[in-house]
Design a protein around this ligand. Structure first.
Ligand SMILES: Cc1cc2nc3c(=O)[nH]c(=O)nc-3n(C[C@H](O)[C@H](O)[C@H](O)COP(=O)(O)OP(=O)(O)OC[C@H]3O[C@@H](n4cnc5c(N)ncnc54)[C@H](O)[C@@H]3O)c2cc1C
Ligand code: SF4
Ligand code: SF4
Length: 1009
């Protein structure tokens, strides 16, 4: 989309025109609509020429899925691109540039897509270089630099550089997914920027493809080299000459120097960095302009970046508590005088959202009382004593000035990371705000001198009060930049008015303090409209000249920084739907509605982290590295279809099915997504509606009815096992059902666990527990159930058999929510009078037992809700229960063997989602000489039936190969592999040919009988 910006009064009769603030925006593509057909034909041709992928076809659900997935970033904007390209090679990039020139289409370079100002949202061809341009090319340890491709993730790079004792300094809160290309584009920096600098400061050289396809190197030039560039006869020489005309003009130098922010403001990302180019105190390097140019002047194919030694090993965070925000800003000025590594703000809103949060409630250990603001001040040193000394000096200084009320000092990397994680998750956490008033990125990137912060914050508070708007304040106080997120309802006309008005008024404050409109997040399409006001219209005209010099046809990320569309157009929420009117089988009241739950996705991209930074979310993305396979893509797809569908059944869309296909329903997102976007639950809900409209596939029915087939099988166990284990007949079964030929089928047991338990002569005891005979343990892993019984009985518990049906897990995993709902009602009705704190319900299979603690709560009928909650509160994994019994002093190490044993433990995804792995680790560590190593694995990849399904087998194994299987293979023969999940044990057996054991088996073996 090209926008022509013409100052005018009125042009209301022209089509495809928007008039905002006396500016006329002409959508030229509208006039070119008759080109659309020929454009599609030419895209077909381009598709054939590219080695990589191109998605653009109108009636192709797969293509449309990808176009929708790329229609947003982490900003409030949304626009479906014309096409999405995933180039494989540099030659692909050149073909794309040639195509863009020939067809006047803009290319939008993109890496992780975590931009907050709409930098990677637009109607051009999104060029995603994250997947195939991700190599670390060279590390020069001695000279401390590295050469990398743009798709290298900052934290993954630093994990690699650790071996050299080096690191790349600039960091964002998104550092576990943000990539070097995007960091250059936005000139990113982060919480240590006062010491480690921003990307511009650390960018030595860059290989850049210009608009004619020439690849040039931007680097520091001495005067001789500079003049040689000016003399070049090619496109590069032309660019240098035209730029030289701008930056050597006396009047230009004057307006640039007076228009740009105060010199002591290090966060200065507004517009192009002409202030650096006119600064004759530093050598000329076009990298200074490239950093922060947001993909608008060329495509970076390689960067040489400055590295720095790792910081001193000891870390301490002085977490100063304040009763008032402005007081906190005064505290920040004092803190800076003590030369910390970082000084960061977290406000009460963010802290409040950590209360009861599935992950962040565990990070609150250092909070005292109810602070309005918290300043986290980091010190680094070679010894803990030195840290304590530095922190104490600051504490005394603050106390002497009457600033702050509590000063806990958090020491060591592990605890400090927990504190920093809260700060980094700030934006995601405030996204949990109920209702349509939501935090918006708007004035979150303005920076002033730290000494101006107290007055600036007071002014902003007044401004927002006048607008009747609340806001959250957090982030880089030390660098003078606060992320101030006003809570605005962008679905309402009043909210959209506030959206514009707040930014407009804040620009007056930016001018008042000679600050920077954008500090680190860039201008994108959000702030461009106001650059002229802040830097001066003449400077703005120079910025337009810069864009024209590099890109006269607008083939590189047009309409970002300059010539931007109105900041309140192409918003995500142009159409408003009341989510509560969408009928669902699960009860989404807690999330307001399924639509609201999907809308909670802020686009932060935490679901793009890799196995190197760890965690579970999102295994399908970790395996494929496709944006389509992120939690974010799934949430956005649902949001868009639930909002825009014109069908009676809004779920009935192939595109949603396409994007959900590789979701393993692992629940990783339920906990790890800062906004708790629970896609596993939304996927099950979607599937049921999709089946309602289209019927369910045969294989899904077979899997959902697994219990019935196992029940029948167990009646004729020898015969069933003969057919299921025999290579020939099992091959036929697998082919018939649609399972992967390489998978082994589970055996059934002739005597089910229930039958066996009924025959036991259980000794009575005061300590009674109910054992849940889930469908997998009852029919297949019967011996594990028997061992659990023996272990509990030997430890003095009376094990009772509770009356119940199957858990419903197999139905839930395939989206038969109606059937699961019936089972949930039945089980809760049968168990409600039996399960209590004195008589808890225990199970051995996480996927089944956790159903009571998760899905049942929102599945059962209203009259059973309280009963379901009571049962959930008293339902445990056996190992979790035993860990609690250890704490109560009911179980002792002396009851177990003193032999040496090492165990490698893999946690089931649901155990991870409910923070239960620690209990298993504790229980297995009880025998005095047992050592437990938790494998830092995510999902095992099997995920119930997912790994069985023939089209998913390969992805399933890829997921397993990320961490789990290599860790199992590297274990020596004496090491025991522990895994509580039946799927996980199956995956380990199929993938590493190794037997693994349920924790209860290991404990029972260790028990002195
Ligand atoms: C929750 C949250 C917290 C954040 N915290 C911070 C923070 O602390 N500090 C900070 O600075 N930012 C922060 N950001 C913003 C964002 O994460 C950073 O700007 C990040 O560096 C962008 O990286 P990316 O890989 O996502 O880039 P993208 O969003 O994909 O792209 C960024 C820009 O770079 C351009 N680009 C990408 N690749 C190329 C290429 N090969 N050639 C030319 N141009 C290219 C794009 O066109 C775009 O203009 C935050 C964002 C979120 C959502
Ligand atoms: S799903 Fe969650 S983690 Fe992923 S982008 Fe959305 S909010 Fe962020
Ligand atoms: S449930 Fe698992 S696979 Fe599905 S979106 Fe969430 S993290 Fe990804």
């Amino acid at each position: 989309m090209r926008y022509l910006k013409i100052n005018t009064k009125k042009h209301k009769y022209l089509p495809a025109i928007t008039i905002k603030n006396n500016i006329l925006y002409v959508d030229l593509l509208c006039y070119c609509s008759f080109f659309t057909k020929s454009m599609l034909l030419s895209l077909e041709k381009l598709n054939i020429e590219l080695e990589g992928e191109l998605y653009f076809q109108e009636n192709n659900p797969k293509h449309q899925t990808i176009l929708v997935a790329y229609s947003t970033d982490a900003s409030v904007y949304q626009e479906k691109p014309l096409a999405v390209a995933i180039p494989h090679t540099k030659s692909d990039l050149l073909k794309l540039i040639a195509y863009a020139n020939a067809n006047l289409v803009t290319l939008i370079p993109r890496t992780a897509g975590t931009s907050l100002a709409g930098q990677v949202v637009g109607k051009g061809i999104v060029v995603d270089v994250s997947k195939f341009f991700n190599q670390i090319l060279e590390v020069n340890e001695k000279e401390q630099w590295a050469r990398v491709q743009p798709g290298v993730i900052r934290d993954d790079l630093n994990a690699y550089l650790k071996n050299f004792g080096l690191m790349f300094g600039p960091e964002t809160s998104t550092a576990n997914r943000a990539m070097v290309g995007g960091m250059i584009g936005n000139n990113s920096s982060g919480l240590h920027s006062i010491v480690w600098g921003d990307t511009r400061e650390n960018l030595l050289e860059a290989y850049v493809l210009l608009n004619d396809g020439a690849e040039v190197i931007f680097k520091e030039l001495n005067p001789q080299e500079y003049f040689a560039k000016l003399a070049q006869k090619d496109r590069e020489g032309e660019i240098y000459r035209q730029l030289n005309d701008i930056i050597t003009n006396k009047e230009n130098i004057e307006i640039i120097n007076s228009g740009y922010p105060k010199k002591d403001i290090t966060r200065r990302n507004t517009g192009y960095a002409l202030d650096y180019l006119v600064d004759t105190n530093q050598p000329f390097n076009l990298c200074n302009l490239l950093a922060g140019s947001e993909g608008t002047i060329g495509i970076v194919t390689e960067a040489k970046i400055q590295l720095r030694p790792l910081p001193p090993k000891e870390i301490g965070l002085l977490c100063v508590h304040f009763a008032d925000m402005v007081e906190c800003m005064h505290g920040n000025v004092v803190a800076l005088s003590h030369n910390p590594e970082a000084s960061e703000l977290v406000d009460k809103y963010i802290l409040d959202f950590t209360v009861g949060h599935p992950t962040y409630q565990y990070n609150r250990f250092f909070i005292q009382g109810d602070p309005q603001a918290l300043l986290i001040i980091e010190f680094r040193a070679d010894s803990e004593e030195e840290i304590i000394r530095l922190a104490d000096a600051l504490k005394q200084d603050l106390i002497s000035k009457g600033l702050g009320y509590a000063y806990p000092l958090v020491l060591g990397a592990t605890q400090s990371n927990l504190v920093w994680d809260v700060r980094k998750a700030g934006l995601g956490l405030i996204r949990n705000l109920p209702g349509d008033e939501q935090p918006v990125n708007l004035i979150e990137d303005c920076a002033v001198s730290p000494s101006d912060l107290p007055a600036y914050v007071a002014d902003v508070q007044q401004l927002l009060k006048d607008e009747g708007v609340h806001a959250s304040y957090y982030a880089h106080a030390g660098a003078g930049e606060l992320h101030i997120e006003p809570f605005v309802n962008l679905k309402s006309p009043e909210g959209r008015r506030q959206f514009r008005s707040i930014l407009e008024k804040t620009t007056d404050l930016v001018l008042k303090y000679n600050g920077s409109l954008s500090g680190e997040h860039g201008d994108g399409r959000l702030r461009g409209e106001f650059i002229g006001k802040v830097l001066g219209e003449k400077v703005y005209a120079l910025l337009q000249d810069v864009k024209n010099i590099f890109d006269p046809k607008g083939i590189f990320n047009a309409n970002k920084i300059v010539n931007t569309p109105p900041m309140d157009t192409s918003l995500r929420y142009d159409k408003v739907v009341d989510g509560k009117e969408i009928k669902t089988y699960f009860d989404f009241t807690k999330d307001e509605s399924i639509l609201r739950l999907a809308e909670k996705c802020s686009g932060s991209g935490d679901c793009r982290k890799t196995e190197i930074s760890g965690g579970t979310m999102c295994p399908s993305f970790m395996a494929t590295r496709n944006e389509k396979d992120t939690t974010r893509a799934r949430a956005n797809m649902l949001r868009q279809f639930l909002t825009n569908s014109t069908k009676q059944n809004r779920f009935d869309h192939e595109e949603i099915k396409e994007v959900m296909d590789l979701c393993l329903s692992c629940k990783g997102c339920k906990t790890e997504c800062p906004s708790s976007v629970d896609v596993a639950k939304m996927k099950a809900e979607f599937l049921q509606h999709y089946y309602d409209a289209n019927g369910a596939p045969f294989r899904s029915k077979v899997i959902a009815n697994f219990t019935k087939s196992q029940q029948l099988g167990s009646l004729v166990a020898p015969l069933y096992n003969f057919f299921s284990q025999n290579k020939f007949t099992s091959g036929i079964i697998k082919q018939f059902v649609g399972f992967a030929p390489y998978r082994s089928l589970p055996e059934v047991s002739g005597t089910t666990l229930k039958q066996w338990l009924k025959k036991q002569n259980t000794p009575t005891s005061k300590r009674k527990v109910y054992l849940f005979c889930d469908e997998f343990t009852d029919y297949n892993d019967t011996s594990i159930g028997q061992t659990a019984y023996k272990l509990l009985t030997a430890l003095g518990y009376e094990v009772l058999l509770a009356p119940h049906k199957e858990s419903g897990r197999t139905y839930l995993s395939k989206g038969f929510v109606k059937a699961a709902k019936k089972l949930a009602n039945t089980n809760v009705s049968m168990l409600k009078d039996k399960i209590s704190a004195e008589t808890p319900l225990l199970g051995v299979e996480p996927s089944a037992i956790i159903t009571f603690r998760d899905e049942y709560l929102t599945l059962v009928d209203a009259d059973l809700k309280l009963d379901a909650q009571k049962i959930a509160a008293n339902t445990f994994m056996v190992d979790e229960f035993l860990a609690q019994e250890i704490d109560k002093g009911h179980i002792h190490a002396e009851q177990f063997s003193a032999e040496k044993q090492h165990i490698k433990l893999h946690g089931h995804c649901y155990q991870k989602a409910f923070h239960l792995v620690g209990y298993t680790e504790k229980v297995l560590s009880l025998p005095s000489n047992y050592t437990v190593e938790v494998i830092p694995s995510g999902c095992c990849g099997m995920a119930g039936s997912f790994g069985y399904e023939k089209e998913h087998y390969e992805i399933s194994m890829k997921v397993a190969e990320l961490v789990l299987l290599p860790a199992v293979r590297s274990a020596n023969a004496d090491t025991i592999i522990a895994a509580a999940g039946t799927s996980c044990r199956h995956q380990i057996k199929d993938g590493a040919a190794r037997k693994s054991y349920h924790p209860v088996e290991i404990l029972y073996n260790a028990l002195i009988k």
